[in-house]
Design a protein around this ligand. Structure first.
Ligand code: PMP
Length: 430
């Protein structure tokens, strides 16, 4: 079933560390051979052995409208003929900025970068430069990319690979990263009290998607806002996952909470390598060349990436019904998954919001990293493979969120629920 993938993985491991260009792709914690993809269309992925999968990763978030979405593909083809890069300003960058600012609350200016990592790294530098303070608070199991400062108690691949402390990240850097459990305001208050006037920023995934999908408990984000206001700290919403996914204006719109800086990635580039950070002009004006806080990129604002993102964002802007449709699909799927897992007598928790969800095999609510880590991840491993064999492509780790695309049909959702029932039957019988 996976013979070509196996051959490719053997070759890849000789040439690329671990055979992959980003760790979570390697199926390290679930075992087995990562599936090498050939092409994709709409809700389906096709691998090199010609297996078809219903996709619940969607490139880890960007493909909210499904793969090879025709207007995006056409726009890329057209723009590629003009030049693949200018390294000079274009009108398209203004249009992208206008569109983003019209969709996202509380921002006047946006700077485009090439990844979510760059977005978060730059937003943190800006927060530090703006406040003149060095330390910041992040939450256990939240992931903000692989810049040194964020690789402390990080989620996603760092959690999947169970790396407690990343070699190469110096103590000097790590000591300015303060960590608290997600959803735990008293812990944040204690950190602030212990480091008066030293904390530049609190960075948070407003809905965490890098330890499974974990929702903010009522009052958590509001509490962070208040603490930041009281202590002169900037609140950074990392909306790399949630931006343009939970609502057109992301989590700020959904929860009605204002962040001081917001970071984006994934959907903002329509599947091309793009990130961005944004905020009020009073803060963003400190970025070079308007201000002294330096940030740059040879390929930033790249025309192909910009037109891909612009086309996708425009579709979302003009068709808010997409968010309603996505949520209906998610609700239908969650109901079906609960029936299938419950029917098989499997203890489980499903967290979900908008078009994000995750399944943890545990009898207690999953509200933070420690709960997610204590779940039955061996059962998740077996579930993952049983679903893969049945043509459903789930994230290969319980420390990742599932992402739905609007290309999913009723038949796809029914097929996924049916596969879940069969998978659980096979697991409980084995
Ligand atoms: N922040 C969050 C919330 C993310 O989920 C990710 C990536 N999954 C990043 C930052 C880093 O983005 P990138 O992989 O594009 O560098």
């Amino acid at each position: 079933m996976y013979s070509q993938s196996k051959l490719l993985f053997e070759r890849a491991q000789q040439l690329i560390p671990g055979g992959v260009n980003s760790p979570v792709r390697a199926f390290k914690s679930v075992g087995g051979t990562p599936v090498f993809m050939k092409h994709a269309k709409g809700a389906y992925l096709y691998d090199v052995d010609d297996n078809r999968y219903i996709d619940y990763i969607n490139s880890w978030g960007p493909m909210i409208l499904g793969h090879a979405y025709e207007p995006v593909v056409k726009a890329i083809q057209e723009y590629a003929t003009y030049s693949t890069s200018f390294g000079a300003p274009t009108e398209l960058e203004i249009k992208v900025a206008e569109l983003i600012i019209s969709m996202v609350p509380n921002i006047d200016q946006v700077r485009m970068v090439n990844s979510g990592t760059e977005a978060c790294m730059s937003a943190l530098r800006l927060a530090r430069g703006y406040t003149g303070r060095n330390k910041f608070i992040k939450f256990d199991g939240n992931y903000h990319g692989h810049a040194d400062a964020f690789l402390v108690s990080a989620g996603s691949g760092v959690a999947t690979l169970q790396i407690q402390s990343v070699p190469g990240v110096t103590q000097t850097v790590a000591q300015d990263t303060l960590t608290a459990p997600y959803n735990n305001l008293p812990a944040v208050e204690q950190l602030i009290a212990a480091h008066p006037e030293e904390i530049a920023a609190i960075i948070v995934e407003p809905v965490a998607g890098n330890m499974g999908c974990i929702l903010p408990q009522p009052g958590f984000l509001e509490g962070l806002r208040q603490l930041c206001d009281t202590h002169g700290i900037l609140l950074i919403f990392d909306e790399v996952m949630t931006g343009f996914r939970l609502a057109r204006g992301g989590a700020q719109e959904l929860f009605g909470i204002k962040a001081d800086l917001v970071t984006f990635g994934k959907i903002i580039g329509g599947g091309m390598p793009v990130g961005a950070f944004a905020g009020p002009a009073a803060i963003m004006q400190h970025i070079a060349p308007a201000g002294k806080i330096y940030q740059a990129g040879t390929l930033s604002g790249n025309p192909i990436a910009m037109i891909a993102g612009y086309t996708m964002l425009q579709t979302l802007q003009e068709n808010p019904v997409i968010y309603k449709q996505l949520e209906e699909k998610k609700d239908y799927l969650v109901t079906g998954l609960r029936e299938a897992l419950g029917g098989a007598g499997v203890v489980h928790q499903i967290n979900s919001l908008g078009s994000m969800l995750s399944v943890h095999f545990a009898e207690y609510p999953i509200i933070d990293f420690s709960a997610a880590s204590s779940a039955n991840n061996e059962l998740f491993r077996r579930f993952f493979h049983a679903m893969l064999e049945r043509g459903v492509y789930l994230p290969p780790s319980a420390f990742e969120s599932w992402f739905l695309s609007n290309a999913l049909t009723q038949e796809d959702l029914d097929a996924t629920i049916k596969a879940t029932k069969a998978a659980m039957q096979a697991i409980t019988n084995s």
